[in-house]
Structure formats: structure tokens, C-alpha cells
Design a protein around this ligand. Structure first.
Ligand code: AMP
Ligand code: MG
Length: 361
């Protein structure tokens, strides 16, 4: 079927003829650019996928279907917004026997427990009832902060030691009926990793995959330059870049902070990240934490864990764990950066990379 009817077709032919002539006169046209990014909505936020080139066997529609299929599988296991998901069914389950789940959910719970232990209990995927009590959950913001009684009731059903995962056969078990799992601090990173793995399986070796700001890159951009990740200045107004992080090798970057996600209750501002050790939203000058890791799940979970811990305790643990982390503290309008040795090493390796040296000349 023709796309243009006759008159338009003639105009189109004339136009393409002119473009071809101009190209011939100029010597050569610029090579075709990369395929436009794929975009969509997931996990209450947006995603984007940039690839340098599509393999001959894969159309843009195929790629979109591939990405959507991964996300659909992640949500079917881990979304607390979907009442039929595995996690929602487990959260409603009131008994203390083993509850069968898929290997993906059992696996992520295992790894989240491990980061919980290594962060001294700062990272805790059972914190949901406290998230809800402070007005960050599905029931939305509240006018007053929770009473001591409400906090005590929520605290009685949280604690990673009350959740037991099993890999073979995959299952979860809770020791108190009210225990809930909330993977909000790790699921975006996990989703990014799932998409990255699917792209690689489809033969794509250069990409940037991002869900809600958590991202992972591989290879180089279409023009051969390194991918660069803008780390935002942690201010609620506007979007200024604090640092353009060069991705001199494959890796993932995640940022966590209170600067955009908070509620105001009774005139007081509360961050959406809860310190499970106190039962209260974190309350320190730390505005954001960025972590670079090999995979995005790890970067996402640690960014949240270090946000709970704050700069001094967080720095100590990040350094001991060999994590590349950037802490940004806010003091009025001044942003103070603290970086771990692994983060500094990342930046200096990027500066020494041949391409970066060329760029800086
Ligand atoms: P992120 O944006 O990755 O830092 O994740 C923040 C989300 O993680 C919150 O909206 C809560 O759903 C959940 N959360 C809050 N505090 C914690 C915590 N201490 N450990 C694990 N998840 C948390
Ligand atoms: Mg996180």
C-alpha cells in the first residue's frame, strides 16, 4: 500500500532527490544515528532503554516487546501494587508455614537479607508497615505523624529475622502474621539487570538501561564516546547536574535520597526512607547517596542502605565493603561531597582512559 497519494508522492520524490543531491555535493551524509530510545512506564515511574544498534534480526517493536516482557515478569513477582503478584499474595498470607514462590523472588529476598546483615540492619525489606505508618505507602500521606502506639504495632511486625527465604524448592516463611515485604528499594535495580541480561541474550552489547534514575550501561555510545551519567544536585527545585559520571567500563549507578521524595505532615518534612533501627524516617543532612556497582540491584540496595546510615557510619561501611559511593550533604545552598576510595578510583580510571584524555585535550 503506498504511503503517499500521487501528489504527495511526487513532492516526496522531489524532496528526497534534493536531499540526495545535497549529500552528493557535500561529499557524504552523516552516518545514521542510533535507534531512538524506547520509553515506557513501570514500577510507578518511567523507564528508558538506549541501544547503540539493533541486530539485523530484531526490529524496534521486537525490542520493545522483549523489554515489556521482562518488566511484566518482574512485576508479576514483585509488585506490591498488583494484588495478584507473588509478593502481594505472600504479604496477605497469615500463616507461618512455607509459602511457595518462584526462584526470582526467593533469590532477591536472599540477597536483600544479606545486604541487610552487612548494613547492620539499616537495609530492611520488611519495613513496609512503618513506611505505611509514616504516610509513604499505598494508603497515601497523612495529616499527623503516627502515634507511639501505631509505631509500636508496626515495629512488632518488622525485622528481617522474621522472614525466612529458601531456595530449594523456592519458598518464603514469616514468623509473624503481619510481616510484609517491600522491595521498593531494590526492585528498580533488579528490573534494570533483567532488561540488561535480556538485551545481551538478544545480541546487543552496547546499551544504557534506566528505570526511575537507576541505570546500567555497557559498551560505548553510538559515536564511540563513553556513556555519561548525570548525578543530580540534590535539590527539590530544578534539575542541575552535580557530576557527569563517565562510564569508562560496564557498570550500574543508583542514587537514593530524600531530596525529591518526602511528605509534609503537620508542617514537618519527613523522608521516605525509614531507619528500621529507630522506626522513624531518616533525619540527617545527607541529601543523596550514589553507588556504582557491577549490577544495578546491588547499587540500588546499597544506595538506600547508605542513605539510612548517613555520611559517617555509611562511609565506614562503604569503605569496608569496597563500595564506590558518593555522599552529598546539604548545608543551606552548599553541597558537600564525600567519596569513598573506590569512587575516587573510578573517576581517576575514567580520566586516564584514552578517550577521556582525548576529550580533555
Ligand atoms: P530507594 O528510592 O531505592 O532509596 O527506595 C526507597 C523505598 O524503599 C521507600 O519508598 C520504601 O518503600 C523502601 N524503604 C524505606 N526505608 C527502607 C529501608 N530502611 N530498607 C529497605 N527499604 C526501605
Ligand atoms: Mg534503592
Amino acid at each position: 500500500m503506498p504511503i503517499f497519494h500521487d501528489t504527495n508522492h511526487r513532492t516526496w520524490s522531489l524532496l528526497t532527490g534534493c536531499v540526495a543531491l545535497t549529500c552528493a555535493l557535500l561529499g557524504a551524509c552523516a552516518p545514521p544515528g542510533p535507534p531512538p530510545p524506547l520509553r515506557g512506564a513501570t514500577m510507578g515511574t518511567s523507564y528508558s532503554v538506549k541501544v547503540t544498534a539493533l541486530p539485523a534480526t530484531l526490529s524496534r517493536a521486537d525490542l520493545q516487546a522483549l523489554v515489556e516482557q521482562e518488566l511484566q515478569q518482574v512485576n508479576a513477582a514483585m509488585s506490591t501494587y498488583d494484588p495478584a503478584s507473588e509478593i502481594s499474595r505472600f504479604n496477605r498470607h497469615q500463616d507461618d508455614g512455607w509459602f511457595s514462590v518462584g526462584p526470582d523472588l526467593a533469590g532477591i529476598v536472599m540477597r536483600a537479607r544479606d545486604i541487610g546483615a552487612r548494613s547492620g540492619g539499616a537495609f530492611d525489606i520488611t519495613v513496609g508497615p512503618l513506611v505505611e505508618a509514616w504516610g509513604f505507602g499505598a494508603s497515601g500521606p497523612r495529616d499527623l505523624p503516627p502515634s507511639g502506639q501505631e509505631l509500636a504495632a508496626a515495629s512488632a511486625v518488622i525485622g528481617i529475622h522474621r522472614l525466612l527465604p529458601r531456595v530449594e524448592p523456592p519458598a518464603l516463611r514469616k514468623s509473624v502474621a503481619g510481616l510484609q515485604i517491600d522491595l521498593g528499594a531494590i526492585a528498580k535495580g533488579y528490573g534494570v539487570d533483567r532488561i540488561a541480561t535480556a538485551l545481551e541474550a538478544a545480541g546487543i552489547d552496547s546499551y544504557l538501561v534506566e528505570i526511575g534514575g537507576e541505570l546500567r550501561t555497557r559498551g560505548r555510545r553510538h559515536d564511540g564516546a563513553m556513556w555519561r551519567v548525570g548525578i543530580e544536585q540534590p535539590a527539590p527545585d530544578g534539575r542541575r547536574v552535580q557530576l557527569a559520571l563517565p562510564m569508562h567500563r560496564d557498570g550500574a549507578v543508583a542514587t537514593s535520597g530524600d531530596y525529591r521524595n518526602f511528605v509534609e505532615t503537620n508542617g514537618q518534612r519527613y523522608a521516605h526512607i525509614i531507619d528500621p533501627r529507630t522506626g522513624r524516617p531518616v533525619d540527617h543532612r545527607l541529601a543523596s547517596v550514589t553507588v556504582i556497582a557491577d549490577n544495578c540491584e546491588t547499587a540500588d540496595a546499597w544506595a538506600t542502605a547508605l542513605s539510612v546510615l548517613g555520611t559517617s557510619e555509611g562511609y565506614r561501611i562503604a569503605e569496608a565493603e569496597g563500595l564506590a559511593a558518593l555522599f552529598i550533604e546539604r548545608d543551606d545552598d552548599v553541597f558537600k561531597e564525600t567519596t569513598t576510595p573506590a569512587f575516587d578510583a573510578w573517576l581517576s580510571a575514567a580520566n586516564q582512559s584514552p578517550q577521556e584524555t582525548e576529550n580533555n585535550d
